[in-house]
Design a protein around this ligand. Sequence first.
Ligand SMILES: NC(=O)c1ccc[n+]([C@@H]2O[C@H](COP(=O)([O-])OP(=O)(O)OC[C@H]3O[C@@H](n4cnc5c(N)ncnc54)[C@H](O)[C@@H]3O)[C@@H](O)[C@H]2O)c1
Ligand SMILES: O=P(O)(O)OC[C@H]1O[C@H](O[C@H]2[C@H](O)[C@@H](O)[C@@H](O)O[C@@H]2CO)[C@H](O)[C@@H](O)[C@@H]1O
Ligand SMILES: [Mn+2]
Length: 441
Amino acid sequence: MKKFSIVIAGGGSTFTPGIVMMMLDNIDRFPIRTLKLYDNDGERQAILGEALEILLKEQAPDIDFSYTTDPETAFTDVDFCMAHIRVGKYAMREQDEKIPLNHGVVGQETCGPGGIAYGMRSIGGMMEIIDYMEKYSPDCWMLNYSNPAAIVAEACRVMRPNAKVLNICDMPVGTLRRMSQIIDKEPKDLEVRYFGLNHFGWWTSVKDKEGHEYLPQIREYVAENGYLTKVEVDTQHMDQSWQETHKKAKDLLAVNPRYLPNTYLKYYLFPDYEVNHSSCTYSRANEVMDGREKTVFTAAKKIVEKGTAENSGFTIDSHASFIVDLARAIAFNTHERMLMIVENNGAIANFDDDAMVEVPCIVGSDGPEPLAQGKIPAFEKALMHQQVTVEKLVVEAYITGSYQTLWQALTLSKIIPSAEVAKNVLDDLIVANKGFWPELS
Ligand SMILES: NC(=O)c1ccc[n+]([C@@H]2O[C@H](COP(=O)([O-])OP(=O)(O)OC[C@H]3O[C@@H](n4cnc5c(N)ncnc54)[C@H](O)[C@@H]3O)[C@@H](O)[C@H]2O)c1
Ligand SMILES: O=P(O)(O)OC[C@H]1O[C@H](O[C@H]2[C@H](O)[C@@H](O)[C@@H](O)O[C@@H]2CO)[C@H](O)[C@@H](O)[C@@H]1O
Ligand SMILES: [Mn+2]
């Protein structure tokens, strides 16, 4: 079988060790000859790079491993770029969450003003790595899960329409795993129908391969418990705040029992509840810095200190195996059915063609082919239209440098109560994001 050359962009990410371990776990399905880490923060990346070098020498000595901050070295001779960059890192995520909260507005990584601020930072970073990929390895595909994926995907559509970038999110994968636990099945036994935007959608069907529909059974469970399951396989997302998120799906279902909701809809439908249950001084960014970031970087330092990765704290991020499924779909034309963020073009019959939507696709060597999801009802359609317009305005504001357009984007966000609050939040975000956003006028 062909062996592939991979670069991980955002090599210093908290997810890098888990994803490398997951790739090693899948090496028979997806052989690797070269693995490179690329980051623009050499110091942060080196901590993980040194540890992974030791681990790979022990567990996969045939793989040519390296880490670099030099784009040419990183992007030359690569087949796939797995991209998970966070422009501004956790320090800026903290600002994205706390600035809106100080104005009484939801502060969240990818939704509402936090997501808009993050989007304005991510667009430049993403275009930069896409350009490196196209310059040094024109045949390479980028599998992107850098956030905010909805805004990044729209920016790719407008700014790099021909680039080989596939935008994907792990949330539908994680939620399907919870659903499969609820009905005592395996995710691979199930086939779903789904429509929406990234972090903003609904499952309309969950069937087994024989065609049995499980949506009513799952709905009954979610109406009582949300997606909180009894057997926990996802240790990372059992922090208190994530438990609350999974539970809150119960209230989302009460508003709209027709379909099964994406958990992040809670930020749009229950913003007042979210603000009342958030802390302006200790947000999710703090939870992650004190949790996942500390755990991963402490484990890396220990490996380097001991000179061995035996019994190391690095764990396989097995839920991320969808990344290998996606790479295999492209490399081996497997026609895997996956939820992807793609240009609508009729997949949702009564929604704008040029909207970036999240729908099931069949993925082969030429990329994703969206599956038709038919017409959607008025309630979901109106919510989606409002949100997708926010995402489009953010990209327009980035390109034109228009303060007015970004103010409109914030004003239109369902999470923000008025144009006045939108302006106050925007003015604080501009100060905090100096050097990361284009100058607005
Ligand atoms: N879509 C999904 O399903 C999903 C799931 C989990 C995480 N994520 C995303 O993955 C990314 C990484 O998350 P994390 O929590 O591990 O963040 P992190 O801060 O630990 O890692 C991100 C890394 O990106 C680097 N970086 C920033 N800008 C860069 C640039 N222009 N070029 C190269 N490297 C750059 C940073 O230096 C940092 O080392 C985030 O965008 C996060 O939102 C997405
Ligand atoms: O707050 P964080 O940094 O821990 O997570 C934010 C990410 O959350 C989503 O991904 C979750 C997924 O929903 C859950 O089921 C589980 O499997 O873990 C994932 C994160 O590893 C979301 O899709 C991402 O875009 C967010 O970055
Ligand atoms: Mn996501």
